[in-house]
Design a protein around this ligand. Structure first.
Ligand code: FAD
Length: 596
């Protein structure tokens, strides 16, 4: 089944919830006019559905393959990636001075979503390259920017993120790769990195690895990690490619999903040392990597939205086609299963969660645009805090949601869902990685508790909850059963979240394990409440547009109905999460280790 980009939905979210007009009014974002944005989305949708989506199933069936250190990507990937670069899609959000389109993050976000919906494996290569661009923009020297950025943005070269080692996964303090200074400003790197996405492939002229490593005198732990650029082919003074560097792909992994994406084991320095240059200052590597990771974590959250959307589209199509069982209200014979209330429940649950996660992510993207471009410093600061608070939620909640949604998609298909032929199973398998890489859900939740909630004493969480209250007040002023029901559920859910925030802030010193026992449920609760908040805002906007009598009434009524479903079926879970977090922590650590 082909992918149909939900452009109408995307534009609704961008215009009504994320404030595209306000973003367009920011200095530096003047190009993001409604007409340009619509044209970019339509062109991107065309490229994704016509060029990239057709490679999704074939890539799953014939994954990337390794032989003698070389990786051949799945059929069609090379050509599609070339077309991707030439069409300028790598550069949507990157600066025009390096060949990008310089558009806001809010505009790049639906493009990222579409690419991932079309083909999660393919989209990983640009995703990692975006991360490398981000790192160099943040901490690279002028010369590094000149050498690499234009090549990345044109799609000639690609980037990777080299963090993980066999003994260092979630805990990067354990990184052991060594970087030995050569006295001329360069370093030679020695070590093994595992699980490196697109660490080796045949789609670009050069692969540029951003590598975490330790210099000889570096302190132990995370304070002794530096960031290096290690290109596969060294770059001559004239900018042309030179000798092969001493970094080699010794194997790629066989995986549950995203099979077309090569996941490489990279060996650095087996033949004298891989030449690299430092990015930024020594021992500040993790700090830079975090900037890159925030962008990458957000993008992985978008992967969750994207795969959920794809799974939903597939399930809807099947539910309309598959004839089975009579209609409960009576029918002459068997009817399409979409008549069955439980199938409807599944479809609504898929649809409403996907819409909520999309809305939260786009609003978060707009906050980053304001954080970068708003003329007022305090507004920039508030938006930066909002963005940073939301990144672990967008990453953690949207990806956990995507597994549920893809699993429900399999269920809608019945037995055929379990059979690879339909494609529903691939979405489920592909989605499964999303809660693991770029930091597992537990690591996102630790970030949400530690850095994002406790560090400022709950101030950002409370400020966002105050915004939720304002939406509740707006809902109160409205008549109509749906909006009232949404308000009631949102109010109860936001109270539950508020109590959890106070519990986290108030107990972290005295009962740290108790608080962290509830960290993932806290993240999920936050996702439900803030996702539900956006759904409530969507319902308000839809009601206003209905009242004005403009636009597509059926679309707006569906928005309200979907928001109502989310409120009744998802926001209503919030009080259960609160109870599990605030009252249930003792059970988590109740058993002794030897009782397991
Ligand atoms: C397909 C794929 C692609 C990848 N791509 C890349 C890449 O491009 N670059 C790269 O550097 N890495 C990459 N990774 C690695 C990925 O980021 C790690 O697998 C991930 O961070 C988890 O680390 P780990 O596998 O060592 O698990 P572990 O850290 O061993 O975790 C195991 C379990 O323990 C839990 N846990 C560990 N520490 C804590 C804690 N402090 N609090 C609570 N729970 C905890 C985890 O949540 C998890 O459930 C990739 C992995 C895969 C599978």
């Amino acid at each position: 089944m082909s992918y149909v980009a939900p452009i109408k939905d995307m534009l609704f979210v961008m215009n009504e919830l994320a404030g595209l007009n306000a973003v367009n009014a920011l200095p530096g974002c003047e190009d993001a006019t409604p007409e340009t944005v619509q044209a970019v989305l339509e062109e991107n949708a065309k490229f994704c559905s016509e060029v990239v989506a057709p490679l999704n199933v074939s890539g799953d069936r014939e994954p990337s393959a390794w032989q003698d250190g070389k990786v051949t990507t799945s059929k069609g990937f090379r050509e599609a990636f070339k077309a991707f670069g030439e069409a300028g899609w790598q550069g949507v959000q990157h600066p025009a001075e390096f060949g990008g389109q310089g558009l806001p993050k809010l505009v790049a976000t639906p493009c990222i979503e579409m690419l991932n919906s079309a083909n999660l494996s393919f989209a990983l290569c640009p995703l990692l390259t975006d991360g490398a661009i981000e790192a160099l923009m943040t901490a690279g020297t002028e010369s590094q920017k000149q050498i690499y950025l234009e090549k990345f943005i044109s799609g000639k070269w690609t980037g990777t993120m080299n963090l993980t080692e066999p003994q260092a996964g979630s805990d990067l303090a354990l990184v052991r790769t060594r970087a030995v200074p050569q006295g001329d400003g360069t370093f030679r790197l020695f070590g093994t990195k595992i699980f490196i996405t697109f660490g080796e492939h045949d789609m670009a002229e050069n692969i540029v690895h951003l590598v975490l490593a330790r210099t000889p005198e570096a302190p132990e732990g995370v304070k002794g990690i530096s960031l290096f650029i290690v290109p596969k082919f060294l770059i001559n003074a004239d900018g042309n490619l030179g000798e092969r560097n001493d970094v080699h792909c010794v194997s790629i992994e066989h995986k549950l999903g995203i099979k077309a994406s090569p996941t490489a084991v990279l060996q650095f320095g087996d033949h004298g040392g891989a030449l690299g240059t430092l990015v930024g200052e020594e021992n500040r590597g993790l700090e830079y990597m975090f900037i890159m990771m925030n962008a990458a974590r957000f993008a992985v959250g978008m992967q969750g939205v994207a795969i959920a959307e794809r799974a939903y589209q597939k399930a809807v199509q099947y539910a309309k086609d598959r004839v089975q069982s009579r209609d409960l209200a009576g029918s002459a014979g068997a009817v399409p299963i979409i008549h069955q209330p439980d199938v409807r429940r599944m479809l609504m649950s898929m649809r409403s969660q996907t819409e909520a996660a999309r809305a939260l992510a786009y609003v978060t993207a707009a906050a980053l645009d304001a954080a970068h471009h708003h003329p007022d410093q305090s507004t920039r600061k508030a938006n930066q805090a909002f963005y940073e608070f939301m990144v672990p939620i967008v990453k953690g909640w949207s990806t956990e949601m995507s597994i549920d949604v893809a699993s429900t998609g399999v269920q809608v298909h019945g037995g055929m869902g379990f059979i690879e032929e339909t494609g529903a199973a691939q979405y489920y398998r592909d989605a499964r990685i999303l809660t693991i890489y770029e930091g597992t859900t537990a690591i996102q939740a630790n970030d949400l508790v530690g850095r994002k909630t406790v560090r400022d004493g709950g101030a950002t969480a409370r400020a966002i909850l105050a915004q939720v209250r304002r939406t509740e007040q707006e809902l109160e002023a409205q008549t109509g059963g749906d909006l009232a029901a949404i308000r009631n559920q949102l109010a109860a859910a936001s109270r539950a979240l508020e109590q959890v925030v106070e519990y986290v802030v108030g107990n972290v010193k005295t009962d740290i394990k108790g608080v962290f026992a509830g960290s993932v449920p806290y993240l999920k609760l936050a996702g439900i409440v803030f996702g539900g908040w956006q759904m409530a805002r969507a319902a308000l906007a839809a009601q206003r547009l209905l009242d004005e009598g403009s636009g597509d009434a059926s679309f707006y009524r569906a928005k309200i109905a979907t928001a109502r479903f989310f409120a009744d079926h998802m926001l209503s879970q919030a009080t259960g999460y609160r109870a599990a977090i605030v009252e249930g922590s003792s059970g988590v650590m109740a058993l002794e280790e030897d009782q397991f």
